[in-house]
Design a protein around this ligand. Structure first.
Ligand code: AMP
Ligand code: MG
Length: 518
């Protein structure tokens, strides 16, 4: 994690302990905001407050995250706090802005996208000294809204809340969710839906598309300011290197390579990996039509808008370097004075994505298989299991979970075998796996514990997420949402009372589609 303490004067705000809680004074609520992005030139954003809503009501507050941010959850849950979370009141110290960015969406370039329905309230420095953006999503129209209404529907807000927090607990870099507030106003999509606002927390909201915005305008000065800002904020160690901008590119590539490997290792499909949804800090961002895979199939696509399968599960490690190539293009003028030389540097760095990704994936697969040492045939062993899983429609999550039990005791194979249409396919593979395990001295119980700590039993399965959202939307019943949050808070701990949350959907779910979170 980057520590802002080492940053230069622009960002060197040392948080005074007195500001670690929200304080009230005569003029209202003071949040300990500091806004380094708002100190960048005016062409980086538009200044405007959120648009107030009719009847804000707090649906969910993330107490632990609030405390991590140095905010008092009780104050956030107070009527004044909820007004801030709804956009009806601007906290003192906040300089609300909508960020400008561009982006390639499904391969086509839009020179201007930007925060069309989000407002950055400001940044706070959290308890670990890490600077975090606090953003409202669904907070009303901005100059970047194009034809959109600037609003968010309740379902996608709750889905983003649930899935981003689940990802966090799984140890995957992600934006987080601080609060969800209903607006008391309808939004019109295919139908009339209840509206909501999500408070999102991120290392930053700078995207590949932010760089593209300035590159498309040949604004070299802005590109350099942005790159310097990113180095200071996210990669301060790059500053000390001989070529800081090259070092920046390398680090962004490294974070993305690790991130995509982690997605694949839990069966996550982002669904809309456009360059404007590719975080420079390497966090999972913009949860729209995302979903977790049930039966293992590398071609899985859930998003209704991804008709070509561009962002299918197994395409993600191919799309990420495509997005990063677009990032590299924006950096060319900073990499070298000579354009040929700059291109050579960019290509050399981009070529490191594949080995970085492959290494992260393989080490993750070793952990999933319970391997403590590194041996020559490990990648092939993992690939052969995945192949058998695909051929036998084995559930991705449960296969690895029950493999942990099989590792401790061959008599406990039933769970994992049952995942395979033809259990003999597992048996054949397991002979090789057990030979491999026998080359290590680890005892069975320790191996099982290690595997269960890396292979979750509970993931936000699509059919369960949909049921939770339906209860909230149709009946204003938030009990299922709360229970699912409780289950997903400890995804590695099997609890018999929550057995149904581990179950794959019954019947044909191949028709499952998620819709872009607008
Ligand atoms: P997304 O698909 O959510 O990543 O958004 C892509 C672009 O569309 C971004 O510029 C968003 O700000 C914008 N956008 C999405 N939904 C809306 C909306 N309801 N109103 C205005 N802009 C939107
Ligand atoms: Mg987006």
């Amino acid at each position: 994690m980057p520590h802002i303490w080492s940053l230069g004067p622009l960002h060197g705000i040392v948080a005074d302990p007195i500001y670690w809680t929200i304080m009230t004074n005569a003029s209202g609520l003071i949040l300990p905001f500091d806004n380094s992005y708002a100190r960048l030139p005016e062409r980086f954003y538009a200044r405007l407050p959120p648009t107030p809503v009719a009847a804000p009501r707090l649906l969910k507050l993330n107490h632990a995250l609030a405390r991590q941010l140095g905010l008092d959850p009780d104050v956030l849950a107070s009527p004044e706090g909820v007004e801030i979370l709804a956009g009806n009141r601007v906290a003192e110290g906040s300089t609300p802005i909508a960020l400008a960015y561009a982006g390639h969406q499904f391969g086509g370039f839009s020179p201007q996208l930007g925060d069309g329905r989000a407002i950055l309230l400001g940044e706070v420095v959290d308890r670990d000294g890490v600077r975090r953006d606090i953003q409202l999503k669904g907070s009303g129209p901005t100059p970047f809204s194009r034809r959109g209404d600037g609003r968010a529907a309740l379902g996608p807000v709750l889905r983003e809340y649930l899935v981003s927090e689940a990802m966090f607990v799984l140890g995957i870099p992600t934006t987080r969710s601080l609060a969800a507030v209903s607006t008391g106003e309808p939004v019109w999509r295919e139908a009339e839906l209840p509206g909501a606002v999500l408070t999102r927390v991120a290392s930053s909201h700078i995207r590949v598309g932010t760089f593209q915005f300035f590159a498309a305008r040949d604004d070299l000065e802005a590109l350099r300011l942005l790159a310097d800002h990113v180095i200071d904020r996210h990669y301060p160690e790059a500053r000390a290197e001989a070529q800081p901008y090259r070092a920046l590119y390398e680090r962004v590539i490294d974070r993305q390579a690790r991130l995509i490997a982690q997605w694949l290792l839990v069966g996550f499909i982002h669904g809309v990996m456009n360059t404007d949804n590719t975080s420079i800090a390497g966090e999972t961002i913009d949860y729209g039509p995302c979903a977790f895979m049930n039966a293992y199939d590398p071609a899985t696509v859930y998003s209704s808008i991804d008709t070509q399968g561009r962002y299918a599960y197994a395409n993600q490690p191919r799309i990420a370097p495509w997005n990063l190539a677009r990032f590299g293009e924006t950096l060319l003028p900073l990499l070298a004075d000579d354009s040929e030389a700059a291109l050579a540097i960019a290509n050399e760095v981009l070529a490191t994505f594949q080995p970085r990704y492959a290494a992260a994936l393989l080490s993750g697969l070793r952990r999933k298989l319970g391997l403590f040492t590194e041996q020559e045939g490990d990648a092939a062993l993992a690939e052969d299991l995945l192949k058998a899983m695909a051929e036998n429609q084995a559930d991705f999550t449960l296969t690895f979970r029950w493999l942990g039990d099989a590792a401790a005791d061959a008599a406990a194979d039933t769970g994992v075998r049952d995942q395979f249409l033809d259990p003999a396919a597992f048996d054949a593979w397991a002979v090789r796996w057990r030979q491999r395990l026998a080359t290590e001295s680890q005892d069975g119980a320790a191996r099982r514990a290690a595997m269960h700590a890396t292979n979750p039993i509970y993931i936000p399965r699509n059919h369960l997420v949909e049921a939770v959202l339906a209860a909230a939307i149709e009946r204003e019943d938030y009990a299922p949402f709360e229970e699912m949050m409780t289950v997903l808070a400890r995804p590695f701990d099997e609890r018999p009372e929550f057995a149904s949350y581990a179950e794959p959907p019954v019947g044909d779910q191949s028709g499952y589609r998620t819709f872009c979170g607008t």
